[in-house]
Design a protein around this ligand. Structure first.
Ligand code: FE2
Ligand code: FE2
Length: 134
């Protein structure tokens, strides 16, 4: 089961970014699957930890690119990243009550954010940066 289906617009027109975004979508699905399958708490915690680390690393990468490029929308873009990390920490704090509602909330919150952020902030950023491989 893949709660979040890949959408072509997630690639934001750049293969390297598409690869990272695809990994994030997969990690959300793995974590949500662990919750919905009622896997042991340690497994759920590990999946959520992997997801949080991968998302943080991806955001740090983009924020370095924005700083280097003196990107004009760095502040609002970074604020939107922080909004997602806050939501994710909130979900993780309540993850000891791993039930179907938590799994569904995880995918609903992350999918809504991916659809909006990738289509707006990331699309604009990567159009502005052009092709890159760092
Ligand atoms: Fe991104
Ligand atoms: Fe971003």
């Amino acid at each position: 089961m893949a709660p979040i289906a890949w959408k072509p617009e997630f690639s934001v027109g750049d293969p390297a970014v598409a690869h990272e975004h695809r990994e994030l979508v997969e990690l959300v699905n793995v974590a949500a699957g662990a919750i919905l399958d009622r896997r042991p708490d340690a497994d759920v915690d590990r999946c959520l930890g992997d997801l949080y680390r991968a998302i943080s690393a991806h955001f740090a990468h983009e924020e370095r690119q924005m700083t280097r490029a003196r990107y004009d929308q760095l502040a609002p873009h970074k604020t939107d990243h922080e909004r997602l990390l806050d939501s994710l920490r909130d979900i993780m704090d309540r993850a000891e009550t791993t039930d179907a509602a938590t799994g569904l909330r995880l995918t609903a919150v992350l999918e809504a954010w991916f659809v909006d952020h990738f289509r707006t902030h990331d699309a604009r950023l990567h159009r502005r940066l052009g092709p890159h491989d760092d």
